[in-house]
Write a protein that binds this ligand. Structure first.
Ligand code: SF4
Length: 308
């Protein structure tokens, strides 16, 4: 499917959107991050259903250009990060600083962060500990064993609190089902999920990911072909000498301060680029917690990722 023609991809994606919309009697929404993938998805969906709502979670971690772009769109519901308070039995607003203080930093990847958190909580005999010895697990993560004794907390709870919870609450209250712009080409995990569930999954884990089989090139081509507006943080879309499309600014946006995957980036990495493009935000995230920052400088030093 990834090798299909551009035109066929558009047709099949719109068919998947139609199936989802019909199945739920129109009670659907577009999960809109303001990034280029969900901008394309929103355009595709609104060509068919102009009134379909978009929902954006304002995590405080988006590039300022992304927030501005989202503001320019009609019919967008804004959500905020939230966590469940067991003693008051209610959802309460929260923010990234509070999450890293109470739960720990998201580091390397969701899986590695989760396993580190589990080993620290359950001890060296637990299942997660075997992941770091190579006895269990599909992939070798033994090189991250040193993080088990790092002098700061690590966990994978951030995404749940910052993004999943607010959408979960919205879905319960609105009774709408999401349409999401993730693609199999983005990561091993997303590819595995797509191979298992397909684009629309109506039972088990209910989900619609109708651009799953698109590539980054398809997304850029769609933006160029239909001349749709997108967030300025990406810069211009240009062709390289081999005819491949690329952005002159950021290629992937997502959370500005997230450290997932930053150890794999070539220099200048996202933090080094941020130092030039967004110095205020850079200063805030790198500064120590004692100095009223997020303390990422110390964490990046610990895992050997340059940021200067
Ligand atoms: S992508 Fe990173 S920073 Fe953003 S919510 Fe998930 S873990 Fe947190």
């Amino acid at each position: 499917m990834q090798g299909w023609s551009f035109e066929r991809k558009i047709q099949v994606t719109q068919l998947r959107i139609l199936e989802w919309y019909e199945k739920w009697g129109g009670k659907v929404y577009i999960s809109f991050s303001g990034g280029k993938d969900s901008t394309v998805l929103l355009d595709l969906a609104r060509r068919m259903y102009p009134d379909v709502p978009a929902v954006f979670c304002d995590t405080g971690l988006e590039y300022p250009e992304i927030r501005e772009f989202v503001k320019s769109k009609d019919n967008v519901e804004w959500l905020r990060p939230m966590r469940y308070n067991k003693s008051t039995k209610s959802w309460e607003p929260t923010n990234f600083k509070e999450v890293i203080k109470t739960e720990g930093y998201p580091l390397i990847s969701k899986e590695v962060s989760r396993h580190i958190h589990d080993v620290r909580k359950l001890g060296n005999d637990c299942f997660a500990a075997k992941m770091f010895t190579g006895e269990r697990g599909q992939y070798d993560i033994s090189k991250y064993k040193f993080l088990i004794s790092a002098p700061f907390d690590i966990s994978n709870k951030c995404c749940t609190i910052m993004k999943k919870n607010p959408f979960h609450v919205y879905e319960k209250e609105s009774d709408r089902k999401p349409i999401i712009a993730t693609m199999a080409s983005e990561s091993r995990q997303r590819r595995t999920q797509w191979l298992r569930d397909g684009c629309n999954s109506f039972d088990g884990k209910i989900s619609s990911k109708p651009i799953s089989f698109w590539t980054d090139q398809d997304v850029l081509r769609y933006i160029k072909t239909f001349n749709i507006k997108y967030a300025t943080v990406y810069g211009d879309i240009v062709e390289d000498e081999r005819g491949r499309l690329l952005t002159t600014g950021e290629n992937r946006t997502g959370c500005m301060f997230c450290m997932y995957g930053c150890h794999l980036e070539k220099e200048p990495n996202k933090f080094q680029r941020m130092k030039i493009s967004h110095p205020k935000q850079y200063d805030y995230c790198i500064r120590s917690v004692d100095d009223n920052g997020l303390g990422l400088g110390e964490i990046l030093d610990y895992i050997g990722v340059p940021y200067k």
